[in-house]
Design a binder for this molecule. Structure first.
Ligand SMILES: Nc1ncnc2c1ncn2[C@@H]1O[C@H](COP(=O)(O)OP(=O)(O)OP(=O)(O)O)[C@@H](O)[C@H]1O
Length: 244
């Protein structure tokens, strides 16, 4: 469960996040949709405890990100925008390494890594070094690393960016499975189709603010638009920076 209240973050003269509030429940896929530069990544980075909010609060399972960053890190799995793959490690070694950092070891870690290799269909790459991996293969490695400690909350920054149709479908299947297992899934995207295909709730962000929030039906009703695409454009005020 993630609760964000009036988050604000500036970098020098740039206000990346002006005022963002929303909540993301367990067993629900929540999408942060907004054009490039809207403040999605900065919002997620505050939730990962990578940067501190200037104002406002964010809680993960009731834990304040500024006050309890270590506990928050245990409660989340993160797919950051820079995937940060180590070229010399194999796919398995990435997952093992992340698992060790989360305190897993021995047979339990081996079992979990086996599960992830299966779940993410990584048999072909499990023992290959990551150097030269395709975008989709790198994504799978990064997802395995994010999920190795079975986190209750999963935060994904543009998880299907640059993926082909098959890899996109694989990521969608994983997200749906996480939801069915009761995880809180929050992901960001500037791709309308991605958000409409997956999300139960959508938080539309533009210029550092939440400009609309709700289920797809609520968003359509609120904006008086028939299609979700038109509802997004109406909420944001422009279609610039959004992709179909
Ligand atoms: N470390 C930083 N220093 C200076 N400006 C930053 C920094 N991080 C983000 N910004 C600025 O804050 C604004 C919001 O950026 P952010 O990456 O959060 O947007 P986004 O919605 O994730 O966009 P995208 O879809 O392009 O990833 C942008 O104008 C960006 O240039």
């Amino acid at each position: 469960m993630i609760e964000v209240s009036h988050l604000h973050k500036r970098f020098g003269a740039v206000t990346a996040v002006e005022d963002v509030s929303f909540s993301a429940a367990d067993g629900v896929v929540t999408g942060l949709l907004g054009p490039n530069g809207a403040g999605k990544t900065t919002t997620l980075r505050m939730l990962y405890t990578l940067i501190r909010p200037d104002k406002g609060t964010a809680r993960v399972d009731g834990l304040d990100v500024a006050e309890r960053p270590m506990d928050v890190r245990r409660a989340i799995g993160v797919l950051p925008d820079a995937r940060g793959i180590y070229p010399r490690l194999t796919a398995r070694e990435h997952a093992r390494y992340a698992g060790e950092l989360h305190g897993l070891s021995g047979a339990a870690l081996d079992k979990r890594v086996d599960e992830l290799v299966d779940l993410l269909d990584m048999k072909d790459i499990a023992h290959r070094r990551a150097e030269g991996f395709s975008q989709g293969e790198r994504m799978k490695v990064a997802l395995a690393r994010a999920l190795v400690h079975a986190p209750r909350n999963v935060l994904l920054d543009e998880p299907t960016n640059g993926l082909d149709v098959m890899s996109t479908r694989a990521v969608r299947t994983i997200i749906r499975r996480l939801k069915a297992e009761g995880h809180c899934v929050l992901f960001s995207s500037h791709v309308m189709q991605e958000v409409t295909a997956l999300c139960d709730r959508i938080v539309v962000v533009a210029r550092g603010r939440v400009v609309a929030e709700g289920t797809p039906d609520e968003l359509r009703a609120r904006t008086g638009k028939e299609s979700l695409e038109e509802a997004f454009i109406s909420a944001i005020g422009t279609d610039q920076g959004l992709m179909q």
